[in-house]
Write a protein that binds this ligand. Structure first.
Ligand SMILES: [Zn+2]
Length: 164
């Protein structure tokens, strides 16, 4: 294969990836009443990843917020339990995970079907624990989907994400 062909294939792959990202559901992370979130981004996203208990406060303590999020009519997933750094890189128990699921359910009236860990970091043991309860969204989903962050703390800024 010559040099020109390689460039050609790389361009095709990049275009294909951009097309897949455009046509697959957009996600937004770090959805929580204590984190300011751009309404336009919430509207644009198909799957909202909600933090059940941020800075020690449960989302189920704020039922008007729960109602407001439900009224957006989006798919909702769970994003960690309290979203501390590398939360699921450390050993976690079923009780720990259940607390987050319970708070989520008290807020929205159903259990989460999808789970995404903060920083996408999940140990092998936690992976098994989570997959017994929910579908785990991992790094490869971030390649094939656009992902915004309410607090704009992703690797790529929300403004850049609008284009890629
Ligand atoms: Zn996050």
């Amino acid at each position: 294969m010559n040099y020109k062909n390689i460039i050609y294939y790389i361009i095709i792959i990049i275009l294909l990836l951009l097309f897949i990202r455009l046509s697959s559901p957009t996600q937004i992370d770090d959805v929580n009443p204590r984190i300011q979130c751009d309404k336009e981004l919430l509207d644009k996203s198909d799957i909202l990843f909600v933090i059940p208990k941020y800075e020690g406060v449960s989302i189920s303590d704020n039922l008007s917020w729960c109602k407001e999020i439900l009224s957006l009519n989006k798919t909702l997933g769970m994003h960690g339990v309290d979203h501390t750094y590398n939360e699921f890189g450390y050993p976690r128990t079923q009780e720990y995970l259940d607390e987050g699921i319970k708070i989520f359910e008290d807020c929205f009236g159903f259990k989460p079907k999808f789970f995404k860990a903060p920083q996408l970091n999940v140990s092998q043991e936690n992976k098994i624990l989570i997959e017994n309860n929910m579908k785990l969204i991992d790094t490869k989903d971030h390649i094939f989907h656009k992902v915004y962050h309410c607090s704009d703390t992703g690797y790529f800024s929300n403004n850049l994400m609008k284009w890629i």
